[in-house]
Design a protein around this ligand. Structure first.
Ligand code: FRU
Length: 515
């Protein structure tokens, strides 16, 4: 009798546990379905931040990333790893680098050491060499200043397995606590490796013949450009424009971004292997939205400059409402330059050009989308639906408009949630309003409108706009990529409706929708 009662209680309890775990499972699956992006890279599980060590080799793009596999908040950093043959479809690989006695594995880069300058190659195999910061947490906790140092590791099997260099760290901190995120490039004219490193409020350049011995060349940035927060994750790249090599320095900064928290600024200039000379001290942002940070470019891709950023913001990255994983990467973007003569008092100013770094989705992404609608030369008055029964929400919208009046593109659901992308002619600003786009109570500043300037070129008659929409992100590329905004949002139900609206009218030369 007694025994039976125990059994009964036990089976009741078990059933209860089952129901509970079923409910939990359903919530998990629902969260997964609602928020896991369809075509942006996310780790299977656990935490992710910055892209690291992006390098191309033998038909594969390698994306390493800041990763804490055992939790969904920032923790002891590893380098996760994913590969892709087309920059779109990523396959997660085993973890590449684990923390060790020197420290956690913070951000950094990877290069193919073609000529085996490091001597780490074997049997004719050129090594992939990763250069990264090691962060020694006990040192930080003890209030020391020497806890960030640069180490290297190498791989002889195309990034599958890595061996840490026995003489790590290869570049010790001069006792500055923010001393991190080495991005290494090969500088052809001087035949040297160049490392750019974020050092609190400036960038330092180091050179090396072999990736092991580093010598400081110069620094730039103290009291110049934007300084709302600590400088992190630099990149130095060059773009050939009209027969000239122009250098671009990317500097991520947190906080102090144009729409709060983290953002990436860019500086255009010359680099001679020793020092970087900016053409101007204007402050320019690669992406005005709140959710593109720590972006850097791939190594070993020839003349192309392909950037991927971390699609989040330190203001709320740890608390966004995803459950199994946290954070996604942006779509890969091709970087190039637009040069236009600047004007002074109505005359061309021969002493300076306006140079814009422009970002556009890589062409590889086109294969991801199928055109569902295409229309030319028409005028929109009031409201025009971009939803069809079969494809309620386009994944991509490309439009070419005559220089526009105010207009908005609105994604919405039947639960009073909407995401608005618009242009305000009076303010000459683009905006993305996520204030009513879903869950936002996890962070005070999340429900906000992000704004960005329109940079109109003198000869320009049209506005080009491209929107890429995934389940929790929108990426806006306007005016050839001069203004870019990346914005996250978390609707409680998927958006099911999309309209283009204007209080006056909007003349469209073309409108293309994709799914
Ligand atoms: C940027 C950053 C880097 C650092 C890494 C740590 O988001 O703070 O400066 O190396 O993240 O995860």
């Amino acid at each position: 009798m007694h025994f039976h009662r125990t059994l009964l209680i036990l089976s009741f309890f078990m059933a209860h546990v089952n129901v509970q775990s079923q409910v939990k499972m359903d919530v998990k699956t629902a969260n997964e379905k609602l928020y896991r992006p369809a075509f942006h890279f996310t780790p299977k599980q656990g935490w992710m931040n910055d892209p690291n060590g992006m390098v191309y080799l033998n038909g594969q793009y390698h994306l390493f990333f800041q990763h804490y596999p055992d939790g969904t908040v920032w923790g002891p950093m590893h380098w996760g790893h994913a590969t892709s043959s087309d920059l779109v479809q990523w396959k997660e690989q085993p973890i590449a680098l684990y923390p060790d006695s020197i420290g956690m594995i913070f951000s950094g880069s990877a290069v193919l050491d073609k000529n085996n300058t490091s001597g780490l190659g074997r049997g004719g195999i050129a090594p992939l060499v990763a250069i990264f910061t090691q962060h020694y947490m006990p040192g930080e906790k003890a209030g020391r200043t020497d806890f960030q140092n640069q180490s290297i590791a190498y791989s002889l099997d195309e990034g599958k397995t890595w061996t840490k260099y026995a003489g790590n760290p290869v570049l010790k901190t001069p006792n500055i606590k923010d001393f991190r995120d080495p991005k290494v490039i090969w500088h052809e004219p001087t035949q040297k490796w160049i490392m750019n490193l974020a050092v609190a409020d400036h960038i330092e350049f180091y050179s090396s013949p072999n990736l092991i011995n580093w010598r400081k060349e110069s620094e730039i940035g103290k009291n110049l450009f934007a300084h709302g927060g600590v400088w992190e994750c630099p990149d130095l790249l060059h773009i050939n424009k009209n027969g000239k090599t122009i250098w671009v320095l990317l500097v991520s900064m947190n906080p102090g971004g144009p729409n709060g928290g983290s953002a990436t600024q860019y500086i255009v200039g010359d680099f001679d292997g020793h020092a970087f000379k900016p053409y101007s001290t204007d402050i320019k942002w690669m992406d005005y939205g709140p959710d593109n940070y720590a972006g850097v470019t791939f190594s070993n891709v020839g003349e192309r400059n392909i950037l991927i950023g971390w699609m989040s913001n330190w203001n709320y990255a740890n608390v966004v409402p995803t459950e199994k994983w946290r954070s996604a990467m942006t779509v890969p973007r091709e970087l190039s330059l637009i040069v236009q003569p600047s004007y002074k008092n109505g005359k061309i100013n021969l002493n300076s050009d306006d140079i814009f770094l422009v970002s556009n989705p890589v062409k590889e992404l086109n294969a991801k989308f199928i055109k569902t609608m295409s229309k030319e030369n028409f005028v929109i008055e009031n409201t025009y639906s971009l939803s069809t029964e079969k494809n309620p929400i386009p994944k991509r919208i490309d439009l070419k408009a005559a220089l526009p009046n105010d207009f908005e593109i609105v994604f919405s659901n039947n639960f009073n949630e909407k995401l608005i992308i618009g242009y305000d002619t009076a303010k000459k600003q683009y905006y993305i309003d996520r204030s009513k786009a879903g869950i936002s109570n996890f962070n005070e500043g999340f429900a906000a409108v992000a704004v960005a300037p329109k940079f109109r070129l003198r000869s320009e008659l049209y506005m080009y706009l491209s929107i890429i929409l995934d389940k929790t992100s929108v990426e806006l590329f306007v005016d050839g990529g001069r203004t870019v905004m990346t914005v996250l949002f978390f609707p409680t139900h998927p958006f099911t409706n999309c309209v283009l609206q204007s209080k006056t009218y909007l003349g469209l030369r073309s409108l293309n929708l994709y799914n």
